[in-house]
Design a binder for this molecule. Structure first.
Ligand code: FAD
Length: 378
């Protein structure tokens, strides 16, 4: 275990933003995690778990507690008699390395998640998803440490309340530190993969019709690169957290209202996808663009990615406050234009722990005087 005092966190995030942590602990084992928890308890300060920092926005003031970074990276591949393979990953394993190896073995289950940065632990917390696939679909179990009593226990599907980019772990009062995640992967099924891609409008995949998991991975990565959705140290368009906001899920009635207005205004329908319980998922990127923001739109040190309207990126030494101000601006305008609330996908770390990112459009009306919404969409 290594411990640093007053440790700068910005370099541990893909946004490259954030102040210092009182303590930063690199944990090489479960025992290290337990020891770090005891030290934090003894000092009566909070604990935050940081994986690869690809879905975390850290306050400029930093974090007045222990940041524990799980650095255990072992991965075990356990073939089963029924042809499936269990893969058990330590929380600190690079999730995309596991996806790459699963594709090399021509296994299906996580191939569409290719190119998403992050640790195995962080990927579970957010129930990562892309192109119609989510990690929850092949989740078997996770080993976790309970922060209060330091017990090590097994979490199963029923404990995690998986949702769209959401789990019970992605909450301010989550007591669990994930130490390993086990998934069940099946032999790659090209027909099933093609069906899913068609359902989710993944055109490039429909054209390529990949026959193996590796071929599918190649198309996914190529597509993601074209949208600056693969992290690249040298490209500021990737210095964000992927999608800053989740795609809003609205009632069928609201979706119809917006669609009708879109046809009148744009002469074409608004992009939308079926969601659970008869609801409709809208494209947050489309809403943002329609509210007047172009790709590459700059706001102080931050900007939208030049390749994707849903990614707020650190273009030039942005501060956390600037990113929040920008996110508020976007959420307010989208709300005023469409009466649709944008909710952040990113986790916001404040000096005392995970906080609510203050970009809900409760005070949207304040902007009203300066901004004239398009009456068609109201
Ligand atoms: C360019 C880019 C593209 C992206 N594309 C996608 C995408 O297509 N789909 C998608 O879903 N996401 C995407 N993301 C977001 C991000 O990559 C994922 O959410 C990723 O899985 C986060 O993992 P992490 O280790 O970086 O988590 P972190 O940012 O380190 O942590 C995120 C949350 O998980 C918690 N956490 C992390 N590890 C543990 C643990 N071991 N135990 C308990 N809690 C833990 C943290 O406390 C925090 O609350 C993208 C990000 C970038 C930068």
């Amino acid at each position: 275990m290594q411990i640093w005092d007053n440790y700068g966190l910005a370099d541990h995030t893909t946004m490259g933003i954030g102040g210092k942590a009182r303590k930063f602990v690199e944990a090489d084992s479960v025992q290290d995690i337990l020891d770090a928890l005891q030290m934090a308890h003894a000092e009566s300060v909070p604990v935050f778990i940081l994986g690869a920092g690809s879905n975390t926005l850290i306050a400029d003031e930093g974090f007045n507690g222990y940041v524990i970074h799980p650095a255990m990276k072992a991965v075990e591949w356990l073939p089963q008699q029924d042809g499936s393979v269990l893969v058990k990953m330590d929380a600190g394993a690079n999730f995309d390395d596991v996806v790459a190896e699963s594709c090399r073995r021509n296994l299906g289950g996580i191939e569409a998640l290719s190119g998403i940065p992050g640790s195995a632990g962080g990927s579970l917390v957010q129930n990562i998803g892309a192109y119609g696939q989510e990690i929850s679909e092949c989740f078997v179990s996770a080993e976790a440490v309970h922060q209060n009593d330091c017990d090590v226990l097994t979490l199963r599907r029923e404990h995690l309340a998986f949702g769209y980019r959401q789990t019970a772990l992605k909450t301010a009062d989550n007591p669990f530190i994930i130490v390993s995640v086990t998934l069940r992967l099946e032999p790659f099924d090209a027909d099933k993969a093609a069906e899913r891609c068609a359902e989710h409008g993944f055109k490039r995949m429909a054209l390529n019709k990949p026959k193996t998991a590796s071929e599918l991975r190649d198309v996914v990565i190529e597509t993601r690169r074209s949208k600056a959705m693969c992290y690249d140290r040298n490209d500021y368009n990737t210095h964000g957290v992927g999608s800053f906001f989740v795609n809003p899920v609205v009632s069928g009635v609201d979706a119809q209202r917006l669609n009708a207005a879109s046809i009148i205004k744009n002469h074409k329908p608004m992009p939308s996808y079926p969601a659970d319980n008869g609801m409709t998922k809208l494209s947050a990127a489309w809403l943002i663009e329609q509210a007047g923001y172009n790709k590459g739109y700059c706001f102080k040190g931050a900007s939208l990615s030049e390749k994707h309207c849903l990614a707020i990126v650190n273009r030039q030494h942005a501060t956390c406050s600037e990113v929040i101000e920008f996110a508020q601006d976007i959420a307010k305008r989208v709300y005023l234009q469409f009466r649709v609330e944008l909710k952040p996908e990113v986790v916001y770390l404040t000096p005392t722990g995970i906080g609510e990112l203050p970009c809900t459009p409760k005070d949207a009306e304040l902007l009203g005087a300066a901004f004239r919404p398009n009456p068609l969409f109201l």
